[in-house]
Each structure stands twice: as C-alpha cells, then as structure tokens.
Design a protein around this ligand. Sequence first.
Ligand SMILES: [Cu+2]
Length: 302
Amino acid sequence: MKKLIYFALTIISLGLTTSCSSDDNNSGSTKNKETITNEVLSQKEGDYTFKVYSNVKEFYAPSANPIRVEITDNNDPTNKTFINTKMTLMMHMPSMQHSAPMTQLQPLAGSSNKFLGELMFTMAGMDLSNNYWAITIETENKGQKIKTEIKTTVRQGNFVKGANYANTDRKTLQGFNYNGARYQAAMHEVKNPIVGNNPYYVTIYKSTDGGMKFPVSDEFVIDIDPRMPDMGNHGVGQVIPSLVFNTNTGKYEGKIIFNMGGYWYINLLIKDKAGNIVAGQFVPSDSQVNSEAFFDIMLKND
Ligand SMILES: [Cu+2]
C-alpha cells in the first residue's frame, strides 16, 4: 500500500514538474525575488549607521545566514563610497571566545555601500553581557578608517521533529565530528527555489585553532534525499547525484530536485572518500524515519 501511494505521488509530482517548468519559462514570477529583506541589526558609529539584513527575522543557532550590510553617512546621504570593508565574527562566552564560519563581505554589484556575506552561528547565546555574538565591521570612507562592533543575541533554533513543521525554524547548518575534529556543513541559500531542478551548494568547514579558524574541507562526499514528511515521506522519484567538491569555489556542488511545493526535509548522508558514513543515515525509499543529519526548506506554492 505504501509503495502504491509513493508511486501515485511520484506520478502526480512528475505531472506537476512538467506543467510548472513550462510556466517558469514565461512567468518568471518567482525569479530574482529578494529574500534578504529583514533588518536584523542596526548600529550607529559616529556619523555612520550600519544595518545588517538577512532572510530571517532574528538570528538563531545553528544556522547559516546570507546577510547584506548597508553603511550610510547620516550627515550626507550622497557619501556612499566605502572601501576595504570586511567583517569578523566572535562569540563571547563566560569561559572562552571562539569564532564561526562565515563568508567575507563583498560589494553588492553596482553598489559601494552595500555588501553581501554569510554568517554561520554555531551556538545560541542570549546574554549581551557575557554570552553573545559580535560582528566587527571595518571599512574606509574618505580616507578615514571606521570600525564598529555590533553585538547580538542568538536564540536556540526550534527545529522540526517528525512531520510537524508548524512554527519551526529552517535548519541550514549541520555539525558533525570526524577523526577527532568538529565540522560544520552549511547549506547556502537556494535562490528562488522552483519545482524542478535547482542548483545546490553546501560548504563544509573544519574547526581549527580552538574554534578560531574554519578552513573549507574537501574530505567528503554529500548525498541528499529530499522528502515530504507530511505526505507519506515521499521523495522526488529519483536518486539525486552526490554533491561533489569543486576546488575552484570550495563548495560541494550539484542539484536538488523538488517535485511539488511545500515543506521539504533534506536528508543528509555525509561520507568520507573511503565511503564511511560520518554524518546522517541512509533512508530507504518507503521509510517514514528520516536522517538525524538534515537541512530543510519551505518551497512556496506561488
Ligand atoms: Cu559558543
């Protein structure tokens, strides 16, 4: 019976894929939709204001977040040329400090005061006096160096358990241990996800130097298996090729397939090059039990 339902869903899904992909060529309604729209942090430093936007309303952990930093001169809105802009990320805890993986700020195309980057928060910290995160941003304007430290709390993420995804946070960072070291797998935002094939990028960072440095790691192969837990845990009707490390970008690259809109639980199976499983579990096609290592995503039906 389960197999029949799964088969039926696959057929329905394939139908949807076909009808939707012909739509996509014409409408383009879901293309280039800006997601980094929530102002999460704002701080004044002298005459300048630094604002941090993300695709979440507030930061939670663990998570990987695309951010946009905007710097404005409060006395002169036309003064918009900020150069050598970079950030560092540090968690201040009662007993220690440590950093986390991030993608350094780069100017947004066509702009000199807007910058894109990513922050990967590995732990929650809810006390701005002794358990918090700090984003330090340095920049230069009119030959003058400007530096600001923006403190922020990061709450514990509320992640999905079983099929109930109501009021949960999307999971975009997955930690695991391998050969005595700590690693973080970060899912980069799937831009304007569609029913059909989507480019999919994951970076794995190795924690070194007591949690102060996070070089990318090429030691693994990543398998993904997207499922819909509220629809009999059906998949996408085919095996998605492994994500493979690209030495030019430092990312594990490939595609993810969705065959309908809704909530998708992305099972992760991370193996070393000898084929040993280092994180997650294989999920048989008709299994209702998903991998403990996962990302998830909500694919809107618009
Ligand atoms: Cu910490």
